[in-house]
Design a protein. Sequence first.
Length: 135
Amino acid sequence: MVNVFTFHQAGTTAWAHETEIFFGRLAAISQMLIHPYFVFDGPGCPQLQRGKDIVFPLSPPLLLQRFQELLTAFGFDWHIVSGLVQISPDANKVCQAPGEADAELAYLQTYGLLDAVVTPYNGSLLFGAPSVIRR
């Protein structure tokens, strides 16, 4: 699972408010009968995504750090894409996406490690994820 949260929805007024929103959503997810796995874009991720410049990889670094601390506190697994993801379920198709969480999630799902990808975007579909739940 990824991108259950979009950082621009949380507002920009105060870190405490945004952290409170993350805490509430993670608390709700922790009550569900699922095992979420969070993947973050890595340093090789393009600076232009969905037609917008991305100044920070996902969010301001402190907010990202606080979110990752909350994930760890709740016992959820997560990682940052560290390198080049190559997806080749078919020998004739190879997709390279450095630093892209969407590609990493599609790869994990293609090989049966994830049941579904939850995201507000459709990038995982473009990388071949068979089951995307769009929030």
